[in-house]
Design a protein around this ligand. Sequence first.
Ligand SMILES: Nc1ncnc2c1ncn2[C@@H]1O[C@H](COP(=O)(O)OP(=O)(O)OP(=O)(O)O)[C@@H](O)[C@H]1O
Length: 249
Amino acid sequence: MTATTEVRAAARVVDAVKVYGGGDTAVRALDGVDVTFPAGRFTAIMGPSGSGKSTLMHCAAGLDTLTSGAAYIGDTELGALDDRRLTLLRRDRAGFVFQAFNLVPTLTVAENITLPLDLAGRRADQEWTEALVDIVGLRDRLHHRPSELSGGQQQRVAVARAFAGRPDVVFADEPTGNLDSRSGAEVLGLLARAVRETDRTVVMVTHDPVAAAHADEVLFLADGRLVDRMEAPTADKVLDRMKAFEARS
Ligand SMILES: Nc1ncnc2c1ncn2[C@@H]1O[C@H](COP(=O)(O)OP(=O)(O)OP(=O)(O)O)[C@@H](O)[C@H]1O
């Protein structure tokens, strides 16, 4: 971090409420959440199953809409955009890593990495792409197809792809859910390194304390509310915090 005291928000939600359904069966998945995801930081969102983690991430990323409140990427309020402009904003200013790697099987690793840029008609920044390829350690796999890679390698391609367009923020939803612990640790290390070395922002949903420990800060949700946050997390500290929530509920 630099010496500046002002925190620039890569993304944020203000008094975010999300209600699914209506009447007796309505579910209040987010119940008045205020969260800032600081630029240049790796933030993990944790909480028990059903606490609203995915809902918060999807609404912050413009993949879903809030019932009330506001979500911003940078200074742009997502609720003020029509569908087309929202799609463009997601494409140009956000990156995504999901549990399923979502690579295109017929394209090479290199083509998968630059696919979002190609679809947007943007030219890949050669220097940036080269740096990403080195960060994720795929230089000798660039001309392979996804089926020729291990799961961990495929997810590393997805990480490079998410950062390819220099997005303001990369949203990762259980990015290690399909990986063994060693590959998972590698992917998390790469996410942390990409944040550090390229000054990007990552917001990651996880239920795994070991994964959360790779983040700079962990936010804890319970019943759709932000109940705690932890700087410089360790897996043990996160696990203890989670146990305390479970004991209370
Ligand atoms: N499309 C939907 N329709 C109705 N209810 C939903 C929908 N999506 C989520 N919910 C409900 O909203 C609440 C929050 O769900 P969400 O998926 O955000 O939680 P989560 O913390 O990500 O859970 P998990 O760790 O199990 O993935 C849950 O009670 C869930 O059942």
